[in-house]
Design a protein around this ligand. Structure first.
Ligand SMILES: CC(C)(COP(=O)(O)OP(=O)(O)OC[C@H]1O[C@@H](n2cnc3c(N)ncnc32)[C@H](O)[C@@H]1OP(=O)(O)O)[C@@H](O)C(=O)NCCC(=O)NCCS
Length: 149
């Protein structure tokens, strides 16, 4: 069985709040968003929100904000549960989110030390655009990456 047959990419909505909160804590620890922000991501008009589902459980999530006035889509969050990593889920979520935002430029921020995410983004054609010094709570720099589709 190949990996894509054991999970599906689906639209997410407010009913996914508690599963998303659990996933965020596991994936982001100190950077996990509070419930109110997650509720916003699951309900604000226009936001692209997608979940990867396996055995009826959310195992991955992505949200993207298509800012049409800037002609740029911003990836807001992307996470895959540890047991489900390296199966192509992060790649599929990002590719589908890029498509659904439908804009020529996509940007995101990532911790300078997040090598797994940096490898994924490099593989998908992102390049470094800027450095936001001490952007994260513990003082780590944020790298701003960009992709032209
Ligand atoms: C980053 C993350 C989303 C990747 O999800 P994933 O489903 O494991 O990614 P994929 O399986 O689609 O990986 C695609 C490619 O990315 C690269 N990659 C992903 N994880 C990697 C790792 N740990 N080490 C090296 N390369 C990695 C590889 O090139 C991989 O292709 P390959 O498996 O054929 O070698 C996941 O590790 C995660 O949730 N991390 C915690 C949250 C996080 O850091 N999110 C990003 C915030 S900016």
């Amino acid at each position: 069985m190949n990996a894509s047959s054991i999970y599906q990419i689906q639209s997410a909505n407010w009913r996914d709040l508690f599963a998303l909160s659990t996933l965020e804590k596991v994936c982001f620890d100190q950077d996990a968003w509070p419930l109110m922000e997650l509720m916003g991501v699951l309900s604000f008009p226009g936001v692209v929100r997608l979940k990867a589902v396996a055995a009826n459980e959310m195992v991955g999530f992505i949200a993207g904000d298509p800012r049409r006035s800037e002609k740029t889509g911003w990836i807001l969050t992307l996470g895959v549960l540890p047991d489900w990593r390296r199966k192509g889920i992060g790649y599929d979520l990002l590719r589908t989110c890029e498509e659904q935002m439908g804009l020529d430029i996509v940007k995101l921020t990532v911790r300078r030390g997040n090598l797994a995410a940096l490898q994924l983004y490099e593989k998908m054609g992102y390049h470094q655009l800027d450095i936001w010094s001490r952007y994260y709570r513990n003082g780590e720099d944020g790298l701003v990456l960009e992709k032209h589709l």
